[in-house]
Ligand binder design. Structure first.
Ligand SMILES: Nc1ncnc2c1ncn2[C@@H]1O[C@H](COP(=O)(O)OP(=O)(O)OP(=O)(O)O)[C@@H](O)[C@H]1O
Ligand SMILES: [Mg+2]
Length: 315
């Protein structure tokens, strides 16, 4: 499989801020890489470097085999970027926006109209094609944004937080759209602060924090790296939560998380046999579990284990 996006040792500084601090990436053609990180992690900076909008201070990146610094025009002709903030013209209709973009890319008028019609239908926007964009819902607008980025038929698509601010239904629609693009052979680099979004869409995930890659792998590999599973214990008597936490800590050798509202203790587990140990120790202590089991770790827990702080808190 050919590599569509390749970066090694990317560094980008803004004054005293090091936004990218030696980032390596490798994205096989036709796959989705999810770049996951909290506010200020360096996600947009990485996208802007890979889109030739910023010059790296060190390291290199190639997109479709072209160096972003030495051959920016060749890179630009193969990519499209949907930014964190919508880029379509509010006062124009969906059709007018897409026709205008196609004309800017040099399409003859008839072809521009045909391309606009095709894209609007593909993104389920035909019914609102003639309305001005300011009357669109957030989900419609985001879909038009995606449609706009496809006018030039890119090989590589950068989506910077494509679903931030959308309601669950619109997020689902955008996810379906992204899956459709990849099925058509487009390579996607998607940034997100949503752990479930990366889990849902990405073939592989790069977790970045403060400009550095702190983990890479498939969603499953990431989960395996920090304990594939999570043990959960809820004592019938909430007053014994701390005793449960101490038992779980001594078996898993990890400081467990305590959910006081649900009186639940959770910790990452590397060996399934640890569950039996916990059961035995609870029994010895005369603690009756109301709930006890193993489940797959969520990416939230992965992030917490990798960074030592919750994803939400880093902002
Ligand atoms: N043009 C700029 N000038 C100065 N500092 C910048 C500039 N762009 C980004 N930064 C800084 O670089 C760091 C990384 O920013 P970046 O926008 O890449 O983060 P992000 O991961 O996209 O965050 P968010 O999730 O909030 O979009 C931040 O500390 C930010 O303040
Ligand atoms: Mg950003």
């Amino acid at each position: 499989m050919s590599i569509a996006i390749e970066a090694e040792g990317l560094v980008k500084r803004f004054g005293t801020t090091t936004a990218l601090d030696g980032v390596d990436l490798s994205v096989p053609a036709g796959t989705i890489l999810g770049v996951l990180g909290p506010n200020g992690a360096g996600k947009t900076t990485a996208v802007r470097v890979l889109a030739t909008l910023l010059t790296p201070d060190a390291g290199y990146a190639r997109v479709c085999g072209f160096d972003v610094v030495r051959s920016p025009a060749a890179v630009r002709s193969r990519i499209a970027l949907t930014g964190q903030y919508a880029s379509v013209d509010e006062d124009l209709s969906g059709t007018e926006n897409l026709v205008m973009l196609a004309r800017l890319l040099g399409f003859p008028r008839r072809d521009a109209k045909a391309a606009a019609r095709d894209l609007l239908s593909r993104f389920a926007l035909t019914d609102v094609a003639g309305r001005s964009v300011k009357t669109y819902s957030g989900g419609m607008r985001r879909r038009l944004d995606l449609a706009a980025s496809l006018v030039g038929d890119p090989d590589v698509l950068y989506l910077d937080e494509p679903t931030t601010g959308l309601d669950p239904r619109s997020r689902g629609e955008v996810w379906d759209t992204i899956r459709g693009l990849v099925a058509d052979g487009v390579t996607v680099l998607l940034t997100t602060q949503y752990l479930d979004e990366a889990d849902q869409l990405a073939d592989s995930i790069a977790v970045i924090d403060r400009g550095q890659l702190i983990a890479t792998g498939t969603p499953d590999e990431l989960k395996a790296q920090v304990g594939d599973q999570t043990i959960e214990v809820r004592p019938v008597d909430p007053g014994r939560l701390e005793e449960v936490a101490a038992i779980v800590a001594s078996v898993t050798r990890v400081e467990p998380a305590r959910d006081l509202a649900r009186s639940l203790v959770t910790a990452p587990v590397v060996e399934p046999a640890m569950l039996a140990d916990v059961v035995r120790r609870l029994d010895d202590a005369g603690i009756v579990p109301g709930e006890l089991g193993l489940r797959r770790a969520s990416l939230d827990e992965v992030f917490l284990t990798l960074t030592g702080h919750p994803a939400e808190e880093a902002a």
